[in-house]
Design a protein. Structure first.
Length: 325
């Protein structure tokens, strides 16, 4: 049966290709003409091109910051794990002074009356003495046993059910410890700070203008997210070829922040400085909002020289892994 067509009688495959090419080329040409007219407009074209360039630059920076955050998020835990492995493999015993400060730091947040606990160390053997509340005893002993460098722990603590005994009365008012030496009394209030997106040059110029070498890093709401020092900028930045204009504070800052609360006892600050081997701490509230900064020099100005010297020796020992600057 010659001349029989398939059902529907439609055109064969390939018969519409010229029409498709025509309309496709027409659409592409129209789009190109529209873009040229939009960005080449004599009155608004310059502004439109500037806006497009700014958006492209912002997208590029955002992508670079995202890659940087992801790499730091992977690198920081890896460095921390490697530091813990190296600490476990060490065979030499740390100095008794270092162990003493580590134990003090470990107990700092576990007892409302930590200043009443006496800690003595002799060749890695730790002895705890003094009054303690019964409900705090177990976690204090457990934390002290886990401190690196403690070989044996001797528990001579005198346990009490209530705080109405000598040495514990200072912490018995309204469930909150009362101290004559609080962080709020020593800290520098309203300190200088920078944002994570600020350039390294801005941070360096602020340090130079204020004659300081340490800056808390905050987000837009004032929450502390890290710290940066002049050493970070020079050693980890300039020495490695970092761009002071293009590089940001977030590229070099330390994200593991060592912080205390305004109502914490000053002894906790001293213990944290010794344990983490830092000479400056940030003071934050319960929401991690920046309240102030305490430095070792602030303590030395108002504390007995012997006490400040003991903290300085522990800070300078450089035996514990550092988590902040």
């Amino acid at each position: 049966m010659r001349g029989l067509r398939l059902a529907g009688g439609g055109p064969r495959m390939g018969e519409n290709r010229p029409a498709i090419r025509f309309w496709g080329g027409f659409g592409l040409g129209s789009a190109v003409a529209f873009m040229l007219a939009y960005y080449a407009d004599p009155r608004l074209g310059r502004r439109r091109r500037a806006l497009a360039g700014a958006k492209l630059a912002h997208a590029t920076r955002s992508g670079r910051m995202g890659v940087g955050k992801a790499s730091r998020g992977l690198a920081n835990p890896t460095r921390g794990l490697w530091a813990r492995i190296r600490a476990r493999l060490r065979t030499e015993m740390p100095a008794d002074e270092v162990v003493h400060q580590r134990v003090r730091a470990a107990l700092g947040r576990l007892s409302r009356n930590v200043s009443a606990i006496e800690v003595s160390v002799q060749d890695g053997d730790v002895t705890l003495d003094g009054p303690i509340l019964e409900r705090e005893h177990r976690r204090v002993i457990r934390a002290a046993r886990r401190v690196r460098g403690v070989r044996n722990l001797h528990d001579h603590l005198d346990r009490h059910l209530h705080s109405d005994v000598r040495g514990l009365r200072s912490g018995a008012t309204g469930g909150k410890a009362v101290s004559q030496r609080r962080c709020a009394d020593f800290m520098k209030a309203n300190p200088q700070s920078v944002l994570e997106i600020d350039s390294l040059r801005q941070a360096a110029e602020l340090m130079a203008a204020a004659n300081i070498g340490f800056l808390p890093v905050c987000d837009a709401d004032g929450k502390v997210v890290g710290t940066i020092t002049d050493r970070d900028i020079v050693v980890r930045g300039v020495a490695l070829g970092a761009d002071l204009e293009g590089g940001t504070v977030g590229d070099l800052m330390s994200r593991n922040v060592v912080a205390c609360r305004p109502d914490d006892e000053l002894s906790i600050v001293e213990q944290f400085m010794a344990y983490y081997q830092v000479s400056r701490l940030v003071i934050t509230d319960e929401r991690d909002m920046l309240m102030g900064v305490i430095s070792l020099s602030d303590i030395a100005e108002r504390e007995p020289a012997k006490r400040a010297a003991r903290t300085l020796r522990a800070v300078s020992a450089r035996e514990a892994p550092r988590t902040s600057h």
